[in-house]
Design a protein around this ligand. Structure first.
Ligand code: PBG
Length: 321
């Protein structure tokens, strides 16, 4: 016998375990809507909701109680238009949500997603000019949104639009507006993935024409991800995100080997939905599959993980204490 000696019982398995997922690794995404007393379940993402700000505060208190350190906010505005004005206008939904969170639950680390797709009538992540997403016209609007969220108290902004040069543009705008302490977590290797389906239902943000192939990355490319990551770091990204998670473990691993900044994996809505659906059919043990996926992401190099499982993971932990 060679290896089985170290698998003999629970104690030795615990001693030799190389990877652990702790609650401190996890970031929980939350969707915010206008209005009052709203907590609407997202159909393809059971146990995940769209919250109005009053309900968001209740949820945030519960999360902190459970030991969750941080959340990633997505806004769903009442009005969408060509230029995604509701992402950065005065008193936009995310600005109000951050302000309320920082007033009521100051210890919660607040990350604000920065993108226009939830706010544009056409559903693209930037401004459209002659049927294309215009990079240069989009940058100032993203920066405006980032500054608005930072001023409201966000600890970190997370640009997910995939425009070129947006990290440098946003960093400059933050610094100019006295937000030097706001970190940037850049979606650096964000693939053009069908795994985002349930999110687009949640945020009502599916593109109304075409697709996102001209700005998000081709799933077939690996070297391009390394270039994107290096560029974002050179532009000032404090943390880089690899997204989706499980189908892109190879990318996560290589990025982690290569860079010195913290690396975050995003286990996206479709990954969550698949596990929940198979669990509902009694085809898999959902809890075990979820926890194995999180371990895989850590083993591949994630320092932190954005996951819709964060709350149930925390509830499980609490039960077993
Ligand atoms: C916004 C954004 C998306 C996701 C995060 N930020 C949607 C998209 O790019 O279409 C997807 C997250 C998920 O699927 O959980 N651009």
């Amino acid at each position: 016998m060679d290896y089985r000696r170290l698998r003999k019982n629970e104690a030795i398995r615990n001693y030799v375990r190389e990877t652990r997922v702790c609650l401190e690794d996890l970031i929980y995404p939350l969707f915010v809507v206008e209005g009052k007393n709203k907590k609407e379940e997202i159909s393809a993402m059971p146990n995940n909701y769209r919250f109005s700000i009053d309900k968001l505060i209740e949820e945030a208190k519960e999360l902190v109680e459970l030991g969750i350190q941080g959340v990633l906010l997505f806004g769903i505005p009442e009005k969408k238009d060509e230029n995604g004005t509701s992402a950065y206008c005065k008193e936009n939904i995310i600005e109000k949500a951050i302000y309320a969170l920082k007033q009521n639950v100051p210890q919660l680390y607040v990350i604000a997603d920065v993108c226009l797709c939830e706010y544009t009538s056409h559903g693209h992540c930037g401004v459209i000019c002659e049927n294309e997403v215009d990079n240069e016209k989009t940058l100032p609007l993203l920066a405006k949104a980032a500054v608005s969220y930072a001023k409201a108290g966000a600890d970190c902004v997370a640009p997910s639009d995939m425009m070129d040069n947006r990290v440098a543009y946003i960093r400059k705008a933050l610094d100019k507006n006295d937000c030097q302490t706001t970190a940037i977590m850049a979606y650096s290797a964000k693939y053009c993935s069908a795994f985002y389906g349930p999110f687009r239902e949640a945020a009502n943000s599916a593109p109304q024409f075409g697709d996102r192939k001209s700005y998000q990355m081709d799933p077939a490319n690996r070297k391009e991800a390394l270039k994107e990551v290096e560029k974002d770091i050179a532009e000032g990204a404090d943390i880089v995100i690899i997204k989706p998670g499980l189908p892109y473990l190879d990318i996560l691993w290589q990025v982690k080997e290569r860079v010195n900044v913290p690396v975050c994996a995003y286990q996206v809505s479709g990954e969550y939905a698949m596990i929940k659906a198979a669990e509902k059919m009694n085809w898999i043990d959902g809890k075990k599959v979820a926890s194995e996926s999180l371990i895989s992401l850590k083993r591949a190099g994630a320092d932190m993980i954005i996951t819709y499982f964060a709350k149930s993971f925390a509830e499980e932990k609490k039960k077993n204490c």
